[in-house]
Write a protein that binds this ligand. Structure first.
Ligand SMILES: NC(=O)c1ccc[n+]([C@@H]2O[C@H](COP(=O)([O-])OP(=O)(O)OC[C@H]3O[C@@H](n4cnc5c(N)ncnc54)[C@H](OP(=O)(O)O)[C@@H]3O)[C@@H](O)[C@H]2O)c1
Length: 265
């Protein structure tokens, strides 16, 4: 974790799950944490815990699913005098069920948060990193990036975007001095399933948020292009490359549909 020592690290979605675990893992390494999410009280309590561990910590209550959210956050952070060394684009959500079960507005928010804001934050915070020839960006994708997912259609597509974008940018920045990594976890025990209207997480036993967080932070420090934080995730990703798409889609659809709390056809 030497990479993070005394650096300014901005974490989106820091109020729970993987983002919170990242903040707690980093805190003893005395970084300056900028914690971003919508839940103010939870963020303030986390900031206090991180300060007790030796970190500096500031809270930015910000809805990243709003149009223009990335520029507004960048302006707030810059106006407060912070120079971000490491950006962790972790905030995201999905909705499991038949595509027509959710209103178009839900998908607009999902694409804005998972794709548009992530891309814009990367663009805004990357430029000064490239100028300084130092820093890093960790984008949280998902195992769902590896294949189209019936009953999880828009979420899987957003994560395919995050994975593709990050792998390509990693190659583009190879000699820039800036690290770029995609974290692609399978099931992780967080609030994600509840927010996604899932009865249970699909894809096998869940790993802890701490394990997923550690895998991502360590991979970024090494400037690894992508990391899948469990053997099961690696095997599943590998299988999606080998098995033909028609049976894969049918099996994936059946597994995901069973986990839905929504009325599906
Ligand atoms: N858990 C899994 O099985 C799993 C697997 C693969 C990938 N992932 C990915 O991991 C990332 C973190 O998810 P998690 O599993 O840790 O879930 P989580 O516990 O539900 O955490 C999601 C975080 O995103 C924040 N967030 C949600 N909407 C937001 C908005 N509009 N503006 C700002 N912040 C927002 C939430 O904070 P507030 O509600 O306070 O805003 C929360 O801090 C996501 O990108 C998810 O897609 C999760």
């Amino acid at each position: 974790m030497h990479f993070y020592r005394a650096r300014t690290v901005l974490i989106t979605g820091a109020s729970s799950g993987i983002g919170e675990a990242m903040a707690r893992l980093l805190a003893p390494h005395r970084p300056h944490l900028l914690l971003v999410a919508r839940s103010e009280e939870i963020l303030e309590a986390l900031a206090a815990d991180c300060r007790a561990e030796g970190a500096r910590a500031d809270v930015f209550v910000h809805d990243l699913a709003e149009p223009g959210a990335a520029q507004a956050l960048f302006d707030r952070v810059t106006a407060a005098g912070h120079h971000v060394d490491v950006l962790i684009n972790n905030a995201g959500f999905g909705k499991l069920g038949a595509f027509v079960d959710y209103p178009a507005a839900t998908y607009e928010q999902m694409v804005t948060l998972n794709v548009t804001t992530l891309t814009a934050l990367t663009r805004l915070f990357l430029e000064p990193m490239v100028k300084r020839q130092s820093g890093g960006i960790l984008n949280v994708a998902s195992l769902a990036a590896y294949l189209p997912a019936p009953y999880f259609t828009v979420y899987a597509a957003t994560k395919a975007y995050v994975f593709s974008f990050t792998e390509a940018l990693h190659a583009e920045l190879k000699r820039s001095g800036v690290h770029l990594t995609a974290l692609a976890p399978g099931p992780v025990a967080t609030n994600f399933a509840g927010a996604a209207d899932m009865k249970y997480l699909v894809g096998g036993p869940a790993i802890s948020a701490e394990r997923a967080a550690r895998a991502g932070l360590e991979a970024l420090a090494r400037n690894q292009r992508a990391v899948l934080p469990s053997l099961l995730t690696k095997v599943t990703a590998w299988a999606t490359r080998l098995v033909p798409k028609t049976p894969t889609l049918a099996i994936t659809g059946r597994l995901i549909r069973r986990a839905s709390t929504q009325p599906t056809f």
